[in-house]
Design a protein around this ligand. Sequence first.
Ligand code: ADP
Length: 492
Amino acid sequence: MSAEKPGPTGNGSEPTGLALQRKLSLVDLLDPLTFGDVVESLGALYQVGVRVLDERNRTLADAQGAHGEFCGFIGANPTVRVRCSAQVTRVKEGPLAALPPSQVLGTEGAGELLLHTCLTGLCYVVVPVVWEGDVLGRVVFGPYASDEGGTPVCPEGPDAERVREAWASARHLSQEELARMVTHLSQVLTALLAAGQKSYLTGQLHLEAMVETQRELEHQNSQLLRLNQRLKESDRSKSSFLSTVSHELRTPLASIIGYSEMLAEGLVGGLNPEQMQFVRTIMEKGNTLLKLISSILDMSQIEAGKVRLAFEWVDVREMVESAITSVTPQAQRKGLTLEANLPVGPQPRVVADREKLRQVVVNLLANAVKFTPSLGRIEVRLSEVGTRSELATAGYHIEVEDTGVGIPENQRDRIFQSFYQVDDSPTREYGGAGLGLAIVKSYVEGHGGQVSVRSEVGKGSCFRVVLPKEPPLSGQGPAYIPPPVDTEPERF
Ligand code: ADP
Protein backbone atom coordinates (compact mmCIF):
# COMPACT_ATOMS: atom_id res chain seq x y z
CA MET A 1 0.00 0.00 0.00
CA SER A 2 1.93 3.01 -1.22
CA ALA A 3 0.64 5.80 0.94
CA GLU A 4 1.64 8.91 -1.01
CA LYS A 5 3.40 11.70 0.92
CA PRO A 6 1.40 14.93 0.52
CA GLY A 7 3.12 17.98 -1.08
CA PRO A 8 4.87 20.74 0.93
CA THR A 9 2.71 22.46 3.49
CA GLY A 10 3.56 25.85 2.02
CA ASN A 11 5.27 27.46 4.97
CA GLY A 12 8.49 27.42 2.95
CA SER A 13 10.75 26.15 5.72
CA GLU A 14 12.06 22.62 5.62
CA PRO A 15 12.69 21.46 9.19
CA THR A 16 16.21 20.13 9.56
CA GLY A 17 16.20 18.58 13.05
CA LEU A 18 17.47 15.17 13.96
CA ALA A 19 13.87 13.90 13.94
CA LEU A 20 13.91 14.08 10.15
CA GLN A 21 17.00 11.90 9.88
CA ARG A 22 15.45 9.02 11.74
CA LYS A 23 13.38 6.40 9.94
CA LEU A 24 9.89 6.59 11.38
CA SER A 25 7.74 3.59 12.21
CA LEU A 26 3.98 3.10 12.10
CA VAL A 27 3.93 3.21 15.92
CA ASP A 28 5.44 6.72 15.79
CA LEU A 29 2.94 7.96 13.23
CA LEU A 30 -0.42 6.41 14.11
CA ASP A 31 -2.59 6.93 17.12
CA PRO A 32 -3.44 3.30 18.06
CA LEU A 33 -6.99 4.03 19.28
CA THR A 34 -8.08 6.08 16.26
CA PHE A 35 -6.43 3.73 13.81
CA GLY A 36 -7.92 0.68 15.55
CA ASP A 37 -11.41 2.21 15.17
CA VAL A 38 -10.81 2.98 11.49
CA VAL A 39 -9.69 -0.60 10.73
CA GLU A 40 -12.55 -1.99 12.79
CA SER A 41 -15.12 -0.01 10.81
CA LEU A 42 -13.48 -0.94 7.50
CA GLY A 43 -13.62 -4.64 8.41
CA ALA A 44 -17.27 -4.28 9.41
CA LEU A 45 -18.11 -2.38 6.21
CA TYR A 46 -16.60 -4.96 3.85
CA GLN A 47 -17.14 -8.00 6.11
CA VAL A 48 -13.50 -9.04 5.61
CA GLY A 49 -10.72 -9.52 8.14
CA VAL A 50 -8.13 -6.74 8.12
CA ARG A 51 -4.93 -6.92 10.10
CA VAL A 52 -2.24 -4.20 10.16
CA LEU A 53 1.29 -5.17 11.23
CA ASP A 54 4.34 -2.96 11.63
CA GLU A 55 7.79 -3.79 10.26
CA ARG A 56 8.51 -5.89 13.37
CA ASN A 57 5.29 -7.86 12.83
CA ARG A 58 3.55 -6.37 15.82
CA THR A 59 -0.21 -6.17 15.27
CA LEU A 60 -1.38 -2.54 15.38
CA ALA A 61 -5.03 -3.13 14.41
CA ASP A 62 -7.09 -6.24 13.80
CA ALA A 63 -10.66 -6.57 12.47
CA GLN A 64 -12.10 -10.08 12.31
CA GLY A 65 -13.90 -11.14 9.10
CA ALA A 66 -16.69 -13.64 8.39
CA HIS A 67 -14.71 -16.82 7.75
CA GLY A 68 -14.94 -18.42 11.18
CA GLU A 69 -17.31 -21.28 10.38
CA PHE A 70 -15.42 -22.57 7.36
CA CYS A 71 -12.02 -22.32 8.99
CA GLY A 72 -13.49 -24.10 12.02
CA PHE A 73 -14.42 -27.17 9.98
CA ILE A 74 -11.14 -27.21 8.11
CA GLY A 75 -9.18 -26.76 11.32
CA ALA A 76 -10.80 -29.91 12.75
CA ASN A 77 -8.43 -31.93 10.54
CA PRO A 78 -5.09 -31.95 12.38
CA THR A 79 -2.89 -32.20 9.25
CA VAL A 80 -4.73 -29.41 7.47
CA ARG A 81 -4.71 -27.30 10.69
CA VAL A 82 -0.91 -27.45 10.96
CA ARG A 83 -0.36 -26.55 7.29
CA CYS A 84 -3.04 -23.87 7.45
CA SER A 85 -1.52 -22.11 10.44
CA ALA A 86 1.98 -22.33 8.83
CA GLN A 87 0.59 -20.57 5.76
CA VAL A 88 -1.11 -17.91 7.91
CA THR A 89 2.17 -17.28 9.74
CA ARG A 90 4.03 -16.92 6.42
CA VAL A 91 1.46 -14.46 5.14
CA LYS A 92 1.48 -12.37 8.29
CA GLU A 93 5.12 -12.53 9.30
CA GLY A 94 7.21 -13.73 6.37
CA PRO A 95 9.45 -11.29 4.52
CA LEU A 96 7.42 -9.44 1.96
CA ALA A 97 9.85 -10.10 -0.89
CA ALA A 98 9.82 -13.82 -0.16
CA LEU A 99 6.05 -14.14 -0.38
CA PRO A 100 5.26 -16.17 -3.45
CA PRO A 101 2.66 -14.06 -5.28
CA SER A 102 0.04 -16.24 -6.88
CA GLN A 103 -1.39 -13.23 -8.54
CA VAL A 104 -0.66 -9.52 -8.70
CA LEU A 105 -3.51 -7.09 -8.73
CA GLY A 106 -2.44 -3.79 -10.21
CA THR A 107 -4.95 -1.23 -9.00
CA GLU A 108 -4.56 2.51 -9.25
CA GLY A 109 -3.92 4.05 -5.87
CA ALA A 110 -3.52 0.69 -4.22
CA GLY A 111 -0.02 -0.29 -5.35
CA GLU A 112 0.80 -3.94 -5.78
CA LEU A 113 -1.44 -6.54 -4.25
CA LEU A 114 -0.01 -9.95 -3.43
CA LEU A 115 -2.71 -12.55 -3.54
CA HIS A 116 -2.15 -15.81 -1.66
CA THR A 117 -4.36 -18.74 -2.04
CA CYS A 118 -4.57 -20.75 1.13
CA LEU A 119 -4.56 -24.52 0.99
CA THR A 120 -8.13 -24.30 2.33
CA GLY A 121 -9.16 -22.59 -0.87
CA LEU A 122 -9.51 -19.17 0.81
CA CYS A 123 -7.36 -16.17 -0.19
CA TYR A 124 -5.28 -13.52 1.55
CA VAL A 125 -4.09 -10.29 0.07
CA VAL A 126 -0.95 -8.79 1.55
CA VAL A 127 -0.26 -5.13 0.85
CA PRO A 128 2.97 -3.47 2.01
CA VAL A 129 2.63 -0.08 3.71
CA VAL A 130 5.17 2.22 2.07
CA TRP A 131 5.79 5.77 3.33
CA GLU A 132 8.44 8.00 1.81
CA GLY A 133 10.05 5.00 0.16
CA ASP A 134 10.32 2.95 3.37
CA VAL A 135 8.32 -0.20 4.02
CA LEU A 136 6.75 0.44 7.41
CA GLY A 137 4.61 -2.71 7.66
CA ARG A 138 1.87 -4.59 5.88
CA VAL A 139 -1.90 -4.94 5.73
CA VAL A 140 -3.36 -8.43 5.43
CA PHE A 141 -6.90 -8.68 4.01
CA GLY A 142 -8.74 -11.96 4.33
CA PRO A 143 -9.24 -14.75 4.33
CA TYR A 144 -12.08 -14.56 1.84
CA ALA A 145 -13.44 -16.72 -1.01
CA SER A 146 -12.48 -15.30 -4.37
CA ASP A 147 -15.24 -14.80 -6.91
CA GLU A 148 -12.64 -15.49 -9.61
CA GLY A 149 -12.42 -19.20 -8.79
CA GLY A 150 -10.91 -21.35 -6.09
CA THR A 151 -12.36 -24.45 -4.59
CA PRO A 152 -12.61 -25.50 -0.97
CA VAL A 153 -10.48 -28.25 0.44
CA CYS A 154 -13.12 -30.56 1.74
CA PRO A 155 -12.30 -33.29 4.18
CA GLU A 156 -13.75 -36.66 3.42
CA GLY A 157 -16.51 -37.97 5.59
CA PRO A 158 -19.81 -36.93 7.03
CA ASP A 159 -18.82 -33.25 7.42
CA ALA A 160 -18.08 -32.76 3.71
CA GLU A 161 -21.57 -31.48 2.95
CA ARG A 162 -21.55 -29.00 5.84
CA VAL A 163 -18.13 -27.73 4.76
CA ARG A 164 -19.45 -27.08 1.26
CA GLU A 165 -22.38 -25.14 2.82
CA ALA A 166 -20.00 -23.11 4.98
CA TRP A 167 -17.85 -22.32 1.91
CA ALA A 168 -20.94 -21.11 0.11
CA SER A 169 -21.83 -18.78 2.99
CA ALA A 170 -18.19 -17.52 3.46
CA ARG A 171 -17.42 -13.94 2.34
CA HIS A 172 -16.99 -13.90 -1.45
CA LEU A 173 -15.18 -10.97 -2.96
CA SER A 174 -14.72 -9.89 -6.55
CA GLN A 175 -11.47 -8.24 -7.69
CA GLU A 176 -13.24 -4.90 -8.00
CA GLU A 177 -14.60 -5.08 -4.46
CA LEU A 178 -11.18 -6.02 -3.19
CA ALA A 179 -9.53 -3.14 -5.09
CA ARG A 180 -12.13 -0.70 -3.72
CA MET A 181 -11.48 -1.84 -0.17
CA VAL A 182 -7.69 -1.57 -0.57
CA THR A 183 -8.00 1.88 -2.14
CA HIS A 184 -10.32 2.94 0.67
CA LEU A 185 -7.84 1.91 3.36
CA SER A 186 -4.96 3.35 1.36
CA GLN A 187 -6.59 6.81 1.28
CA VAL A 188 -7.47 6.76 4.97
CA LEU A 189 -3.98 5.57 5.84
CA THR A 190 -2.37 8.31 3.73
CA ALA A 191 -4.35 10.97 5.59
CA LEU A 192 -3.59 9.46 9.01
CA LEU A 193 0.12 9.03 8.25
CA ALA A 194 0.45 12.61 6.96
CA ALA A 195 -1.27 13.98 10.07
CA GLY A 196 0.78 11.64 12.31
CA GLN A 197 4.05 12.65 10.66
CA LYS A 198 3.25 16.33 11.05
CA SER A 199 2.44 16.06 14.72
CA TYR A 200 5.36 13.68 15.36
CA LEU A 201 7.84 16.06 13.71
CA THR A 202 6.35 19.10 15.44
CA GLY A 203 6.67 17.31 18.77
CA GLN A 204 10.22 16.19 18.02
CA LEU A 205 11.33 19.64 16.87
CA HIS A 206 9.79 21.20 19.95
CA LEU A 207 11.64 18.68 22.09
CA GLU A 208 14.89 19.29 20.24
CA ALA A 209 14.47 23.07 20.63
CA MET A 210 13.99 22.59 24.36
CA VAL A 211 17.00 20.27 24.61
CA GLU A 212 19.07 22.78 22.61
CA THR A 213 17.98 25.65 24.88
CA GLN A 214 18.79 23.57 27.94
CA ARG A 215 22.21 22.71 26.48
CA GLU A 216 22.89 26.40 25.78
CA LEU A 217 21.85 27.37 29.30
CA GLU A 218 24.10 24.71 30.79
CA HIS A 219 26.98 25.94 28.63
CA GLN A 220 26.43 29.56 29.67
CA ASN A 221 26.08 28.50 33.27
CA SER A 222 29.39 26.68 33.26
CA GLN A 223 31.03 29.70 31.58
CA LEU A 224 29.62 31.96 34.29
CA LEU A 225 30.89 29.62 36.98
CA ARG A 226 34.37 29.65 35.41
CA LEU A 227 34.30 33.45 35.15
CA ASN A 228 33.13 33.75 38.71
CA GLN A 229 35.94 31.48 39.85
CA ARG A 230 38.47 33.62 37.97
CA LEU A 231 37.02 36.81 39.45
CA LYS A 232 37.28 35.36 42.93
CA GLU A 233 40.89 34.38 42.29
CA SER A 234 41.81 37.83 40.96
CA ASP A 235 40.00 39.39 43.92
CA ARG A 236 42.05 37.25 46.29
CA SER A 237 45.26 38.25 44.47
CA LYS A 238 44.27 41.92 44.66
CA SER A 239 43.62 41.66 48.42
CA SER A 240 46.88 39.88 49.08
CA PHE A 241 48.80 42.35 46.87
CA LEU A 242 47.25 45.32 48.70
CA SER A 243 47.95 43.74 52.05
CA THR A 244 51.64 43.08 51.24
CA VAL A 245 52.25 46.51 49.69
CA SER A 246 50.51 48.37 52.52
CA HIS A 247 52.45 46.44 55.11
CA GLU A 248 55.77 47.16 53.36
CA LEU A 249 54.92 50.88 53.07
CA ARG A 250 53.94 51.28 56.71
CA THR A 251 57.35 50.42 58.16
CA PRO A 252 59.44 53.11 56.38
CA LEU A 253 56.58 55.60 56.81
CA ALA A 254 56.62 55.06 60.58
CA SER A 255 60.35 55.98 60.53
CA ILE A 256 59.71 59.13 58.45
CA ILE A 257 57.01 60.28 60.89
CA GLY A 258 59.12 59.34 63.96
CA TYR A 259 62.24 61.20 62.75
CA SER A 260 60.25 64.31 61.75
CA GLU A 261 58.63 64.31 65.22
CA MET A 262 62.10 64.21 66.81
CA LEU A 263 63.23 67.10 64.57
CA ALA A 264 60.09 69.12 65.49
CA GLU A 265 60.69 68.52 69.19
CA GLY A 266 64.26 69.85 68.82
CA LEU A 267 65.89 66.60 69.96
CA VAL A 268 68.74 67.15 67.51
CA GLY A 269 68.98 70.90 67.82
CA GLY A 270 66.74 73.91 67.24
CA LEU A 271 65.07 74.68 63.91
CA ASN A 272 64.37 78.08 62.40
CA PRO A 273 60.63 78.85 61.68
CA GLU A 274 60.89 77.89 58.03
CA GLN A 275 62.58 74.55 58.82
CA MET A 276 59.91 73.91 61.51
CA GLN A 277 57.16 74.58 58.97
CA PHE A 278 58.73 72.08 56.51
CA VAL A 279 59.10 69.41 59.18
CA ARG A 280 55.47 69.86 60.30
CA THR A 281 54.30 69.47 56.69
CA ILE A 282 56.34 66.25 56.42
CA MET A 283 54.67 64.99 59.63
CA GLU A 284 51.17 65.96 58.52
CA LYS A 285 51.46 64.43 55.03
CA GLY A 286 53.12 61.37 56.55
CA ASN A 287 50.18 60.88 58.91
CA THR A 288 47.68 61.30 56.05
CA LEU A 289 49.58 58.70 54.06
CA LEU A 290 49.69 56.37 57.07
CA LYS A 291 45.91 56.61 57.50
CA LEU A 292 45.42 55.86 53.82
CA ILE A 293 47.69 52.84 53.96
CA SER A 294 45.97 51.64 57.15
CA SER A 295 42.57 51.86 55.40
CA ILE A 296 43.84 49.84 52.43
CA LEU A 297 45.29 47.25 54.79
CA ASP A 298 42.04 47.08 56.82
CA MET A 299 39.94 46.67 53.67
CA SER A 300 42.18 43.96 52.23
CA GLN A 301 41.91 42.11 55.55
CA ILE A 302 38.10 42.46 55.47
CA GLU A 303 37.94 41.21 51.87
CA ALA A 304 40.13 38.25 52.75
CA GLY A 305 37.73 37.40 55.60
CA LYS A 306 40.58 37.78 58.10
CA VAL A 307 39.16 40.43 60.45
CA ARG A 308 38.37 39.03 63.87
CA LEU A 309 36.12 40.85 66.34
CA ALA A 310 37.20 40.62 69.97
CA PHE A 311 33.96 41.18 71.91
CA GLU A 312 33.94 42.85 75.32
CA TRP A 313 31.64 45.17 77.25
CA VAL A 314 32.18 48.69 75.88
CA ASP A 315 30.96 51.99 77.30
CA VAL A 316 29.48 53.57 74.12
CA ARG A 317 29.55 57.15 75.43
CA GLU A 318 33.19 56.92 76.48
CA MET A 319 34.04 55.34 73.10
CA VAL A 320 32.20 58.13 71.18
CA GLU A 321 33.91 60.82 73.29
CA SER A 322 37.29 59.31 72.55
CA ALA A 323 36.55 59.33 68.79
CA ILE A 324 35.47 62.98 69.02
CA THR A 325 38.73 63.85 70.75
CA SER A 326 40.78 62.36 67.93
CA VAL A 327 39.16 64.56 65.23
CA THR A 328 38.84 67.74 67.33
CA PRO A 329 42.19 69.24 66.13
CA GLN A 330 41.22 68.96 62.43
CA ALA A 331 37.74 70.36 63.17
CA GLN A 332 39.26 73.29 65.03
CA ARG A 333 41.71 74.00 62.23
CA LYS A 334 38.73 74.38 59.85
CA GLY A 335 36.79 76.48 62.33
CA LEU A 336 34.03 73.88 62.63
CA THR A 337 31.71 73.62 65.61
CA LEU A 338 31.79 70.06 66.95
CA GLU A 339 28.91 69.31 69.31
CA ALA A 340 28.28 66.12 71.26
CA ASN A 341 24.77 65.28 72.35
CA LEU A 342 25.09 62.11 74.43
CA PRO A 343 22.22 62.11 76.94
CA VAL A 344 22.01 58.41 77.82
CA GLY A 345 21.87 56.67 81.22
CA PRO A 346 24.83 56.19 83.56
CA GLN A 347 26.50 53.28 81.76
CA PRO A 348 25.43 52.83 78.13
CA ARG A 349 27.12 49.54 77.38
CA VAL A 350 27.25 47.27 74.34
CA VAL A 351 29.09 44.05 73.64
CA ALA A 352 31.50 45.05 70.87
CA ASP A 353 35.06 45.20 69.61
CA ARG A 354 36.03 48.57 71.09
CA GLU A 355 38.73 49.51 68.58
CA LYS A 356 36.60 48.62 65.54
CA LEU A 357 33.64 50.56 66.91
CA ARG A 358 35.84 53.55 67.63
CA GLN A 359 37.15 53.42 64.08
CA VAL A 360 33.53 53.46 62.79
CA VAL A 361 32.82 56.72 64.61
CA VAL A 362 36.23 58.21 63.72
CA ASN A 363 35.67 57.47 60.00
CA LEU A 364 32.22 59.11 60.05
CA LEU A 365 33.54 62.12 61.94
CA ALA A 366 36.61 62.45 59.68
CA ASN A 367 34.30 62.50 56.63
CA ALA A 368 32.06 65.08 58.30
CA VAL A 369 35.12 67.29 58.95
CA LYS A 370 36.46 66.72 55.44
CA PHE A 371 33.21 67.46 53.58
CA THR A 372 32.02 70.41 55.68
CA PRO A 373 33.24 73.84 54.67
CA SER A 374 34.82 76.20 57.27
CA LEU A 375 32.55 77.54 59.98
CA GLY A 376 30.15 74.64 59.47
CA ARG A 377 28.68 72.53 62.24
CA ILE A 378 28.99 68.86 63.16
CA GLU A 379 26.81 67.15 65.76
CA VAL A 380 27.23 63.69 67.24
CA ARG A 381 24.18 62.17 68.90
CA LEU A 382 23.88 59.05 70.99
CA SER A 383 20.47 57.66 71.97
CA GLU A 384 19.12 54.44 73.35
CA VAL A 385 16.54 52.55 71.25
CA GLY A 386 14.11 49.91 72.35
CA THR A 387 13.18 46.63 70.72
CA ARG A 388 11.06 48.52 68.16
CA SER A 389 14.16 49.81 66.39
CA GLU A 390 15.24 48.69 62.88
CA LEU A 391 16.95 45.67 64.45
CA ALA A 392 13.94 44.61 66.54
CA THR A 393 16.26 44.41 69.53
CA ALA A 394 17.44 46.89 72.17
CA GLY A 395 20.49 48.96 71.25
CA TYR A 396 21.90 52.41 70.46
CA HIS A 397 21.76 54.93 67.65
CA ILE A 398 24.92 56.87 66.92
CA GLU A 399 24.31 59.74 64.50
CA VAL A 400 26.90 62.03 62.91
CA GLU A 401 25.29 65.04 61.23
CA ASP A 402 27.05 67.80 59.36
CA THR A 403 26.21 70.94 57.41
CA GLY A 404 28.54 69.93 54.58
CA VAL A 405 28.33 69.51 50.83
CA GLY A 406 25.77 66.69 50.94
CA ILE A 407 25.53 63.60 48.71
CA PRO A 408 23.41 63.43 45.52
CA GLU A 409 20.56 60.94 45.85
CA ASN A 410 21.75 58.71 42.99
CA GLN A 411 25.14 58.21 44.72
CA ARG A 412 23.92 57.35 48.19
CA ASP A 413 23.71 53.63 47.57
CA ARG A 414 27.21 53.46 46.14
CA ILE A 415 29.29 55.40 48.66
CA PHE A 416 29.45 52.29 50.89
CA GLN A 417 31.26 50.33 48.16
CA SER A 418 35.03 50.16 48.44
CA PHE A 419 37.02 52.72 46.43
CA TYR A 420 33.85 54.61 45.48
CA GLN A 421 33.92 58.41 45.69
CA VAL A 422 31.26 60.86 44.55
CA ASP A 423 33.92 63.02 42.98
CA ASP A 424 36.48 60.67 41.46
CA SER A 425 38.01 63.20 39.04
CA PRO A 426 41.81 63.62 39.08
CA THR A 427 41.30 67.26 40.14
CA ARG A 428 39.02 66.36 43.05
CA GLU A 429 38.98 68.67 46.02
CA TYR A 430 38.99 66.16 48.87
CA GLY A 431 41.63 63.51 49.61
CA GLY A 432 40.95 59.90 50.52
CA ALA A 433 40.76 56.50 48.87
CA GLY A 434 37.03 55.81 49.07
CA LEU A 435 37.43 53.11 51.73
CA GLY A 436 36.24 54.78 54.95
CA LEU A 437 32.52 54.00 54.53
CA ALA A 438 33.13 50.47 53.19
CA ILE A 439 35.06 49.76 56.39
CA VAL A 440 32.28 51.37 58.48
CA LYS A 441 29.65 49.16 56.81
CA SER A 442 31.66 45.94 57.27
CA TYR A 443 32.44 46.64 60.93
CA VAL A 444 28.88 47.73 61.80
CA GLU A 445 27.33 44.72 60.09
CA GLY A 446 29.91 42.49 61.76
CA HIS A 447 28.37 43.70 65.04
CA GLY A 448 24.85 42.81 63.81
CA GLY A 449 24.07 46.50 63.19
CA GLN A 450 23.17 48.70 60.23
CA VAL A 451 24.39 51.95 58.75
CA SER A 452 22.31 54.37 56.67
CA VAL A 453 22.45 57.91 55.37
CA ARG A 454 20.15 60.78 54.58
CA SER A 455 21.44 63.85 52.89
CA GLU A 456 20.60 66.98 50.95
CA VAL A 457 23.05 68.43 48.48
CA GLY A 458 24.41 71.77 49.70
CA LYS A 459 22.78 71.38 53.13
CA GLY A 460 24.48 68.43 54.78
CA SER A 461 24.40 64.73 55.58
CA CYS A 462 23.47 62.57 58.52
CA PHE A 463 24.94 59.07 58.94
CA ARG A 464 23.17 56.81 61.39
CA VAL A 465 24.56 53.64 62.93
CA VAL A 466 22.27 51.34 64.85
CA LEU A 467 23.96 48.83 67.12
CA PRO A 468 22.39 46.00 69.09
CA LYS A 469 23.33 45.83 72.77
CA GLU A 470 24.56 42.33 72.15
CA PRO A 471 25.52 41.13 68.66
CA PRO A 472 23.82 37.84 67.73
CA LEU A 473 27.08 35.82 67.67
CA SER A 474 28.91 37.52 70.52
CA GLY A 475 27.98 34.80 73.03
CA GLN A 476 30.01 32.30 71.01
CA GLY A 477 33.36 34.11 71.41
CA PRO A 478 35.29 36.04 68.74
CA ALA A 479 33.69 36.31 65.30
CA TYR A 480 35.17 36.85 61.85
CA ILE A 481 33.67 39.58 59.67
CA PRO A 482 32.39 37.96 56.48
CA PRO A 483 33.82 39.42 53.25
CA PRO A 484 31.45 42.08 51.84
CA VAL A 485 28.80 41.24 49.28
CA ASP A 486 27.21 43.82 47.00
CA THR A 487 24.10 44.83 48.92
CA GLU A 488 22.31 48.13 48.99
CA PRO A 489 22.48 50.04 52.29
CA GLU A 490 19.40 50.80 54.34
CA ARG A 491 18.04 54.33 54.23
CA PHE A 492 15.71 56.19 56.49
P1 ADP B 1 36.79 58.88 51.22
O1 ADP B 1 36.24 59.78 52.24
O2 ADP B 1 38.13 58.39 51.55
O3 ADP B 1 36.66 59.38 49.83
P2 ADP B 1 34.63 57.20 52.08
O4 ADP B 1 34.35 55.77 51.80
O5 ADP B 1 34.75 57.57 53.50
O6 ADP B 1 35.90 57.57 51.25
O7 ADP B 1 33.48 58.03 51.44
C1 ADP B 1 33.10 57.77 50.11
C2 ADP B 1 32.49 59.00 49.47
O8 ADP B 1 31.26 59.33 50.12
C3 ADP B 1 33.34 60.22 49.65
O9 ADP B 1 34.34 60.31 48.66
C4 ADP B 1 32.31 61.32 49.51
O10 ADP B 1 32.05 61.56 48.17
C5 ADP B 1 31.07 60.72 50.14
N1 ADP B 1 30.91 61.13 51.57
C6 ADP B 1 31.20 60.43 52.66
N2 ADP B 1 30.88 61.11 53.78
C7 ADP B 1 30.38 62.28 53.37
C8 ADP B 1 29.87 63.44 54.05
N3 ADP B 1 29.80 63.51 55.38
N4 ADP B 1 29.45 64.47 53.29
C9 ADP B 1 29.50 64.41 51.95
N5 ADP B 1 29.96 63.37 51.25
C10 ADP B 1 30.40 62.31 51.95
